[in-house]
Design a protein around this ligand. Structure first.
Ligand code: ATP
Ligand code: FE
Length: 382
């Protein structure tokens, strides 16, 4: 197998060529850093334009690094959702074009499944051993810019969602809090982590999310909420660091004040994540007592405090934790190619599109709940 993976669901154009045993033959990533900063967040039209400019070169670069031509591929995998429709369209068009031109099977990949499956990428591929990544069933915590979920995965496409956010994702909370603290880079999450390293989380106690709700399901369940915490930080900044006060501080003094708030936010966000993850572990073990793995995936899995906190949860429940290496936590082509290989092996692909292209079409799904309308999903509800 040699599979090309294409990712374009948000603001990164990613492409990679992987061998069936998980060896990364070539990868390329075009980031849109510097494009969305002045708007404070990703602007779909601009992101689409960025993908259009980058897609051909990114795919070519991945193939070049792999040392093969498109004719030597055995399949093409592409993210079809969830994500920004305008952006997904660019990657899907490119994938369809290559699949039609070289008569290759096409794999439609779910972006969040790709985020989690990349942890199953064999570390030291020896074909005889098969996968040496986490084996199913797996408890996954998806922590990214658009999602915050605890999922029990029994196999490819077979997901039981144990909890999700009722408002913002943790990544969104990191990004919005970063802006409130004057961080201008997009996304702000990793910069907030850096700032929080110099802060004391005890200076400003912040409220624990969902601790005062009268809704028993929310109080005792595995769902998440981050918007209250985000608002609490905003109020704190308005009180502690109004522009008049900030202007009077030295550069060092201002940074320290901001760092204390960043650290307080990060501490409570991680505590909330861990409290609910711990419950999810209990639920997962009840449903599937042989669960041995906790996978933490998505951009926020790159955060050291998040990893530390969840490592403790994993140990408490005798689970082994696995996170992707930091560069594969955020959006990339490797995860799409790997998720594609996992599906190709199971026969979950579409026949090559016709070369004349007349009827070629691949449905994109900007909103696509994990596991829904998946041929392997058992449509289980917890
Ligand atoms: P989704 O995958 O849900 O569609 P997305 O693709 O935009 O959303 P990812 O690329 O998986 O999200 O992750 C990006 C998010 O991860 C951003 O919110 C970013 O701030 C956050 N992030 C990345 N690194 C860190 C870090 N070290 N600490 C905190 N947050 C981080
Ligand atoms: Fe993502």
């Amino acid at each position: 197998w040699r599979v090309l993976g294409i990712e374009s669901s948000c603001d990164d154009t990613g492409a990679a060529v992987l061998r069936g045993d998980g060896k990364i033959l070539g990868e390329a990533l075009a980031s849109q850093a510097g494009i969305h900063e002045q708007w404070g967040g990703v602007v779909p039209r601009l992101a689409q334009e960025g993908h259009r400019k980058a897609i051909d070169e990114t795919v070519e670069e991945a193939l070049r690094r792999a040392g093969i031509s498109a004719a030597e591929l055995s399949g093409v995998a592409v993210t079809v959702g969830p994500g920004l429709g305008l952006c997904l369209e660019v990657g899907v068009r490119k994938a369809l074009h290559i699949a039609a031109e070289y008569r290759l099977p096409l794999v439609r990949v779910h972006h969040m499944e790709a985020h989690m499956m990349v942890t199953r990428l064999p570390q030291s591929p020896t074909p005889a051993e098969g996968f040496c990544g986490p084996a199913f069933p797996i408890l996954t915590l998806l922590v990214s810019g658009g999602h915050n979920m605890a999922v029990l995965t029994r196999g490819v496409g077979q997901h039981v969602i144990l909890g999700s956010t009722i408002d913002d994702s943790i990544g969104e909370a990191f990004d919005k809090t970063a802006r409130v603290l004057g961080i201008t880079q997009v996304p702000g999450g990793p910069h907030l982590e850096r700032l929080a390293k110099d802060g004391d989380p005890k200076v400003h106690p912040l409220p624990k999310p969902l601790s005062k709700t009268r809704d028993k399901v929310l109080l005792e369940g595995c769902d998440y909420s981050f918007s209250g915490l985000k608002t609490a930080v905003r109020t704190l900044v308005e009180k502690e660091l109004p522009s008049s006060k900030a202007a009077a501080l030295s550069e060092e003094g201002l940074r320290k004040a901001q760092a204390d708030i960043a650290a307080a936010f990060q501490k409570v966000a991680v505590q909330h994540l861990c409290e609910r993850a711990s419950r999810a572990a209990g639920w997962a073990l009840e449903l599937e007592p042989c669960t041995k793995w906790l996978v933490v995936a998505g951009g926020v899995a790159a955060n050291q405090e998040v990893r530390k906190g969840l490592q403790e949860v994993a140990e408490e429940y005798s689970l082994q934790m696995r996170c992707p290496p930091p560069r594969l936590c955020v959006d990339n082509g490797v995860m799409v190619a790997w998720a594609g290989i996992e599906r190709l092996v199971l026969g979950l692909y579409e026949e090559p599109p016709s070369k004349d292209g007349a009827d070629n079409h691949v449905e994109i799904r900007p909103r696509w709940p994990l596991g829904e309308r998946d041929p392997r999903s058992q449509q289980e509800k917890f």
